[in-house]
Design a protein. Structure first.
Length: 251
């Protein structure tokens, strides 16, 4: 599931492949931008902002959001494509394909930041500020903790996996009002630590144990024993997002 760490890592892969190189092919398979051809332009930089990714090419900025199923793939040579491919960028023998992207648009580079101006501090960005993030978290004191953590206007980069894991390590139920969080600064700092530790790997780990099947505390572990106390992990899929929690460790 793409979250801030996945997008950060994806941007790094694309940066290594494309930055400083001239595009030899630009094939955008979105009707609104199908006539845009940035061939001959140099890729100046690739960066992430929360769950958003920008490829800055000449006067343009290619903005994408992975949503639930999107990804970027870098290959050497001409790779076979299918209907899921939304964009192909090539620089010589390097080819980058955007697949099942939830958002894909070409923006004026000078104003591409406007589409992410509403976001809170980026957990993996230069603008990270735990004081602002903590204040944002407490802005609506009766709001459930999980809802606040998932709101990208509060802090940018957390998705459902980290949300559930953060609720567990903080000892709170996902439904706990944020006014009951005794140390919000510590909570947002823990969020930063989790994403920072995972920013260069695809197999996400929050427990500190990277062995297969040992990486997460509660997410995806419904009915299994809590790693801390042995109580079966509960889950609720009645809302848009599934929540997992230990009824003994989280109160």
């Amino acid at each position: 599931m793409p979250e801030g760490d996945t997008v950060f890592h994806t941007a790094e892969i694309l940066r290594q492949a494309l930055a400083g190189r001239s595009l030899t092919r630009c094939d955008i398979r979105v009707p609104r931008y199908a006539t845009v051809d940035l061939s001959g332009q140099v890729v100046d930089e690739v960066l992430s902002r929360g769950k958003h990714l920008f490829i800055r090419v000449g006067p343009a900025s290619i903005h994408s959001h992975l949503k639930m199923d999107g990804s970027w793939r870098v290959t050497t040579g001409r790779a076979r494509t299918d209907h899921r491919v939304r964009i192909i960028l090539a620089a010589g023998d390097i080819q980058a394909m955007g697949i099942d992207l939830g958002v894909l648009e070409v923006l004026d580079r000078a104003h591409d930041g406007d589409v992410v101006a509403h976001l809170g501090p980026d957990l993996l960005g230069d603008d990270w500020d735990p004081q602002i993030a903590a204040a944002n978290l407490l802005a609506e004191p009766d709001r459930p903790l999980a809802d606040a953590l998932l709101d990208q206007r509060v802090l940018a980069g957390i998705g459902n996996v980290y949300c559930n894991e953060l609720c567990f390590v903080s000892g709170h139920l996902p439904t706990t009002p944020v006014r009951e969080i005794s140390d919000p600064h510590r909570l947002v700092s823990r969020a930063r630590d989790m994403l920072w530790a995972n920013r260069y790997r695809w197999s996400r780990c929050t427990t500190g144990d990277t062995r297969n099947g040992r990486q997460l505390w509660v997410y995806g572990r419904a009915g299994q024993s809590c790693r801390r106390c042995g109580t079966p992990v509960n889950y609720d899929n009645s809302n848009a997002r599934v929540t997992y929690w230990c009824p003994a460790c989280q109160r």
